[in-house]
Design a protein around this ligand. Sequence first.
Ligand SMILES: C[S@@+](CC[C@H](N)C(=O)[O-])C[C@H]1O[C@@H](n2cnc3c(N)ncnc32)[C@H](O)[C@@H]1O
Length: 280
Amino acid sequence: MAELADAYGSGPYGVTLGGSNPLVSTNFSGMPNPLPQQNPEFVRRTFSSIAGRYDFANHLLSGGLDFLWRFRVSRLVAASQPSRILDLATGSGDLALALQKACPSAQVVAADFCLPMLEEAQKKSVAHLVQADAMALPFSGATFDAVTVAFGLRNMASWEKALQEMHRVLRPGGLMVVLDFSLPARGPLREIYRLYLHHILPHIAGWTTGRAEAYEYLGESIEAFPRGSDMAALIETCGFQCEPPNKMCLGIVSLYAARKSGRSSPGTQADLPHLEKPGI
Ligand SMILES: C[S@@+](CC[C@H](N)C(=O)[O-])C[C@H]1O[C@@H](n2cnc3c(N)ncnc32)[C@H](O)[C@@H]1O
């Protein structure tokens, strides 16, 4: 355990679960927030309760398009030729797996604060799993060449704090990618989608997972989450240079790619002083 903790830099560590891809646990930052969908305890409890059915519900509710969305992220990340990638809020690990496939020589670290979700990722043989709160990451600064977060930032208690942590652990010049739901631009499509989101999706999700309440706030969280130029502006206030947002599927999903200012070549030991090759 100590060996792993050292491998992942500074930070408080708890339990390591054994196996070929052990989980490393860390403390969590408690941040009070009035919205249930951003309350860390609520979020963790919710994902714990649906972990075993999460993938099935995900693929069903997106009509399988979630594979395509993660593939787009993995291609974008691969183009920057990273050596070390951090996938935050990795959940059951599908993006981490897509990243590993797109970047076979890179080390992909997959982090989430919900143990049952990480256990699902472990079943799929995601190699490097860390239980950690995205708002208090147990990694030294400038550790990663790329940091990704798919459908996770929206549920965090402070979007700014999480983006600032991503900025901290990213090397200068490194790539950050946020993938998340958004609302289509004005018009009938937006209203139809809202109808689906608030009145149809929770029923299908309830039937699929047996936990309709877990999806009760999904629509609300999408409504409240900044999108388009607002999201790009938020990302820039956290120190990144953000590319124009990339809307997918008529705007129901958006991809934001941003770089940390500064220049340094990817994956050099000088850039990544605290992440040694872990013995896992
Ligand atoms: C909707 S799932 C997304 C999982 C995966 N990225 C995907 O694309 O399917 C959201 C995940 O974010 C995680 N999460 C939410 N807030 C977090 C936080 N503050 N720190 C770490 N993980 C968090 C949840 O535990 C959950 O596994």
